[in-house]
Design a protein around this ligand. Sequence first.
Ligand code: GLC
Length: 436
Amino acid sequence: MDYKLSNTAKEILLNNFQEKGFTIPSKGLYPFQWLWDSGFIAIGFAHFDIEKAKTEIKTLLNAQWENGFIPHIIFHDESNTYFPGPDFHQANLHAQANKKYKSTGMTQPPVTGFVLEKIYKIATEKEDILNFIKNNIDQVYKNHSYFYENRDPHNEGLVYIYHNWESGTDNSPIWDDIWESFDVPDYDFERRDTSHVDPSQRPTKKEYNYYLHIVDIAKECKYNDYKIAELSPFLVQDPLFNAMLIKSNNSLINLYKIIGNNDTKIEQLQKWQKKSITSFNSKLYDEELGAYIHFDLRNKKPIRFISSPSFSPLFAGIPNKEQAEKLINTMITKFGGENMYLCASFDPTSNRFDPKKYWRGPVWVNLNWIIYYGLLNYGYNDIAKQIKSDTLEILEKVGFYEYFDARKKAYTKEINGYGGSNFSWSAALYLDLINN
Ligand code: GLC
């Protein structure tokens, strides 16, 4: 296959890059800096403009709070195309919030650690990039300390998220039962997302009521993590989020070893790592389903559904060989087959599967990228190749949308991708996949 979209992908990233040193995920729909988007975007830039990759990370880290927390959205500019904005989130209710940057008071999957390692591998000027990493890695370490000290109330090595927006997989059917467990007021607000994207591809108004209500509860707690752990009706241990943290721990260990003279931090990271992986496998692995699942910490029960995040632990080296084998078998039997592109974001055999709606079924390039590298990790080269070629085939066919139908037959002339267009991480990770 010739990779004819490589220039388009670069153009998308360059067009979405902003003067203030960050890249928007998609014009109109997402006009600010998002945490995990920035990580994936930096990987894309590293393939052709390493300075921009560094700037992206640097700007993200500039928005870090005094306690090590890094917010999920940084509102660098005023914008009336997005709701809810900084006035709704009021992150400054937290005493240690960043004084310079407006942001939300929630976070997103901690990808920065592994992004640094990945950029180190891609960069050709090793000395220069190592210098950059030396100057910034401690901030990422501090972010990990923040997680283990504040987001792990039972000291399990597994951190919680208190909002579905922290998961990155915003309206996955995983959360449906949680919404049933508490009541919400009916908010009066004007949605902005649905003026950019077909509403049938976005969450419902009712779902937005829940999303806003949990933010309001966190605000009542002044974004204090211990209070949130006590009071938030949404409190989940998410396998994707924790796998990203574990993968990033590992990258920090590798990078500190290269840098040298950081034995105390390496020891601490190894301790976290050991505890996290042990708990992850005992608490989040469901033998019967042959998959990793989410745990509802508020209602003290496992959420027994399979989603693309179920396979993300491969990326972080969490499963043993036998678990990996089962995981892949689950993926092939439920998500695979000749009529399906890998990898739907939610179990296609479930009645909650919706092929068009946001995280309720469509394929997302970042999850495919995570699973691809995970499969390579464990030596499943054939299926890795398949997920890679599926991803490239979809992108070559319809372009750099935000998410895509997993059903091959859905691709008619009228159908392209879903959600935002010229979507940065789809472009960025395309560049990484074709260069690997
Ligand atoms: C959506 C996605 C989230 C992403 C954001 C910006 O909200 O669910 O994962 O970070 O868009 O692209």
